[in-house]
Design a protein around this ligand. Structure first.
Ligand code: SF4
Ligand code: SF4
Ligand code: SF4
Length: 293
């Protein structure tokens, strides 16, 4: 079995306890308009272009078999099949392919050198994209990691079949579970899907005894509303085994990747520190668990 992986990043301290290695899976059932990893949304490999290196020579346009590249190297991601012809053709080394086919054994071999740094507390975090889009691969990789005594956390949108979650549950020590929008229609408007399945899976995992941290990305003008904050508070009341709420203020780092994919900037604004402090205070007054940043 192979999976499509965009990155393996060691020494992360933001995605679970201790020092962790992040495995970034390609493919996501959602299309959040603020997505910080837009290159992970599509399931297959695809080209990215570094504007700082591109000279606009147009060699890639002649090499590309699908017409995904414009006369001066412009990128139309929707037409890219990830064939790699532009990478070989580009004299400026401005192109790269995001998404590599790897076996669970390949991934394990990349992780093992990091193992001494985990020191019993850290481990591996599966993220993306949505890891559960490649649930069979997750299962095989998680089993290998267990054999090595390496703990596994998963960052998930929660948007996957319940039976797939049930299958991986025994291997996942911590779910970093996104809760993006309380109102189902708003959820559909901003992410492309409503949140019914996401809520159902959250309840199922909670009732099955999973360790859960709720991750709430707050985007100004999108979900910084009293209604959503109240919804987060109610979730922590209804599902009392949720361990913590992580408040994640929107950041604009995804825009750099959007440029490399030939996409326009997402148009959202980064909140002021004072605004974020206000959100945190409000959430603390509504939630029955710690609200951290
Ligand atoms: S990888 Fe490059 S050459 Fe191949 S389809 Fe995509 S843009 Fe075109
Ligand atoms: S990406 Fe490379 S080949 Fe394409 S226009 Fe830019 S420099 Fe030329
Ligand atoms: S769930 Fe995450 S990876 Fe998927 S589109 Fe939303 S922000 Fe991007």
């Amino acid at each position: 079995m192979t999976g499509i992986i965009t990155d393996i990043l060691p020494f992360s301290v933001n995605d679970g306890p201790g020092i962790r290695t992040g495995i970034f899976f390609k493919g996501c059932p959602l299309s959040c308009r603020w997505c910080h990893n837009p290159e992970t949304q599509r399931p297959g490999p695809q080209a990215m272009v570094l504007p700082s290196r591109c000279t606009g020579c147009g060699t890639c346009a002649s090499a590309c078999p699908t017409g995904a590249r414009g006369a001066h190297g412009e990128m139309d991601s929707s037409r890219c099949t990830g064939c790699g012809a532009c990478v070989s053709a580009c004299p400026a080394k401005a192109c790269r392919i995001s998404g590599t086919a790897m076996t669970p054994g390949d991934v394990l071999a990349r992780i093992l050198p990091d193992k001494p740094f985990f020191r019993g507390r850290g481990g591996v975090t599966l993220t993306g994209g949505e890891p559960m889009e490649q649930a069979g691969f997750v299962l095989e990789l998680a089993a290998l990691l267990r054999e090595e005594g390496i703990g596994v956390a998963m960052e998930t949108s929660g948007c996957a079949p319940a039976e797939a979650f049930r299958a991986v549950l025994p291997y996942i020590g911590l779910f970093l579970y996104d809760w993006k929008m309380t109102d189902p229609e708003q959820h559909r408007f901003w992410t492309g899907r409503d949140n019914a399945l996401i809520r159902k899976n959250l309840e199922m995992l909670h009732d099955s005894g999973a360790e859960i941290v709720l991750r709430c990305l707050i985007v100004p003008g999108v979900n910084d509303t009293r209604e959503h904050f109240r919804g987060i508070g109610e979730l922590t009341q209804d599902l009392p085994r949720i361990r913590r709420v992580d408040l994640l203020p929107y950041h604009a780092l995804g825009n750099n990747k959007r440029t490399q994919l030939g996409l326009p900037a997402d148009g959202f604004s980064v909140p002021e520190e004072e605004t974020v402090r206000g959100w945190q205070e409000e959430l603390r007054s509504l939630c029955r668990v710690p609200v951290c940043r």
